[in-house]
Design a protein around this ligand. Structure first.
Ligand SMILES: Nc1ncnc2c1ncn2[C@@H]1O[C@H](COP(=O)(O)OP(=O)(O)OP(=O)(O)O)[C@@H](O)[C@H]1O
Ligand SMILES: [Mg+2]
Length: 479
């Protein structure tokens, strides 16, 4: 072999193993070359082109035509190497690699991380800490989230979006994850779906640890993300058909199941429209249907009803409550307290990445609600000619006499809100009588006196996060 042939074959080897598409062209070149070399040999021996006879051995002779053999071996090599690489990257993305070192990884946490948690949150944390990774312990749960942390970035611009989240959702339960914007709800769901890996913590879906058996866990999970994830040029029906097949519904049943969802969600008329031509509410319905297909054991619904009109929303509530039963459990995030009240058997309110309270909506209202709420709207123009500040002060004195212990919680325009403890409330008839009298004496235009609602409990916790904000959205929390 001459030195230029040596160089050529070395370049051929390098390209063959480093550039995946190259072997096809390399092999064609060396097949052609083998034939030409043989033709020249025959011509030198005085033969005609018809005398050139090539056997398989001539092509695959390692010493003379090794370029062809290498081109055939390379795709096998590429398949193995790239499959391994894909596996490693996939594992890294779902957190399986980082989880292996989670025991040694220390996550800086706020010193108040457990001090400010209420008793129910602590109890849930203890309950989940005692859940062993055994089929018996996990069998009753759709999902178990164990001490989950997420820290974005590092150094001065780091942000801990989720701090030690622990809860379990039993089969048949709808768990409401509430919280103000930026509280960490979507980040928590994204760790359950492995969209990004947790900094620390473990998640079990339908008994499978998500970092170790992601494929098994995915089989049991339906996800309706906060942002619509539809292909703009694919029709509504095609989306549902595709997801039905992905979820393992047999071909023969796909159309029946898809038609059922189209009519149940009242979107049959949009079935053949491309998703870029449907309204926001309809998009949410399609995303929701995609999540529901295949009866998953765990439904993750991230603000599924946002943008739906009230009748569609009611219908959607019915669909959820009918479907989440038996083996299926759900995590629902929503900003509608009415929705959480109507659907969720348990609710957790998250603030700044931490669960602040947990329990049934009635439990939260009675433990965190302050008893009663008195909302008063003052008349725009006071008959007495008082300025609005003076009118508010006059009203405050009046309310303080009427309900000693009532505290002014919010003043917004002409509206004043008081929190009244149960103990400080006597006969309701007397209170209503005095409020009516206040219409003439202190300029009350309208009022409402009611038991604390879930919304008021939520606002109470949300205020904590709002207080930290500097007024420009969710500012980065640095450590
Ligand atoms: N990829 C990211 N990189 C850096 N910070 C992020 C990232 N994703 C989320 N965050 C931050 O984490 C915090 C929690 O965000 P998340 O989306 O989980 O909030 P949320 O509770 O779902 O809010 P919303 O109710 O508005 O949907 C926010 O302050 C956000 O800026
Ligand atoms: Mg969100």
């Amino acid at each position: 072999m001459t030195s230029s042939e040596n160089t050529a074959i070395i370049i051929h080897y390098v390209c063959t193993f480093l550039i995946p598409p190259y072997p096809v062209y390399g092999a064609l070149y060396y097949i052609d070359r083998a034939y030409r070399v043989k033709s020249i040999e025959v011509a030198f021996q005085g033969g005609a082109p018809k005398d050139v006879h090539m056997t398989a051995g001539d092509y695959f002779d390692w010493t003379k035509h090794n370029g062809i053999v290498a081109s055939l071996i390379a795709p096998v090599f590429h398949t193995i190497v790239f499959s391994l690489l894909l596996y490693v990257l996939d594992q890294r993305d779902i957190g399986a690699l980082s989880m292996k070192c989670s025991c040694t990884q220390s996550v800086e946490c706020d010193c108040d991380s457990t001090e400010q948690q209420d008793e129910d949150v602590k109890q849930e944390k203890e309950r989940i800490a005692n859940v062993e990774a055994s089929p018996t312990d996990l069998s009753s749960f759709s999902v178990v989230v164990k001490d989950l942390w997420k820290k974005f970035g590092s150094g001065i611009k780091s942000k801990t979006a989720v701090k030690g989240l622990s809860f379990g959702v039993e089969r048949g339960e709808i768990f409401g994850l509430l919280g103000p914007n930026g509280a960490g709800k979507t980040s928590s769901l994204n760790m359950i779906t492995t969209d990004f890996p947790p900094t620390k913590g473990k998640v079990y879906v339908a008994g499978y640890e998500i970092s170790k058996h992601p494929m098994k866990a995915f089989e049991h999970m339906g996800y309706c993300p906060q942002a619509d994830t539809l292909w703009s040029v694919v029709t509504v029906k095609e989306h549902l058909q595709l997801f039905a097949r992905v979820r393992g519904i047999p071909w023969g049943d796909v159309n029946r199941v898809v038609d059922h969802y189209l009519s149940a969600l009242r979107i049959t008329e949009h079935a053949d429209k491309r998703s870029k031509h449907i309204s926001g509410g309809t998009k949410r319905k399609v995303c929701f249907a995609n999540a529901m297909l295949g009866d998953p054991d765990l439904l993750l619904l991230d603000e599924p009803s946002s943008g739906m009109d009230p009748s569609a929303r009611r219908f959607f509530w019915n669909t959820i409550s009918k479907n989440v039963k038996g083996n299926c459990g759900a995590i629902l995030t929503t900003h509608s307290m009415e929705e959480a009240d109507a659907l969720c058997s348990r609710v957790g309110i998250m603030v700044k990445g931490q669960l602040k309270c947990l329990g049934s909506t009635q439990h939260l209202k009675s433990t965190h609600g302050s008893g009663y709420t008195l909302e008063i709207k003052l008349a725009q123009t006071q008959a007495s000619g008082l300025s609005s500040d003076d009118a508010q002060e006059q009203l405050h004195n009046y309310i303080s006499q009427m309900l000693p212990g009532a505290t002014r919680s919010e003043v917004f325009g002409g509206r004043v809100t008081y929190k009244v403890h149960k103990e400080g409330v006597g006969a309701l008839s007397v209170i209503f009588h005095q409020l009516e009298k206040g219409k003439e004496t202190v300029g009350i235009e309208e009022y409402s006196f009611s038991q604390s609602t879930l919304e008021q409990v939520f606002l109470e916790f949300a205020r904590e996060q709002d207080d930290e904000r500097t007024g420009a959205g969710d500012a980065f929390e640095t450590k």
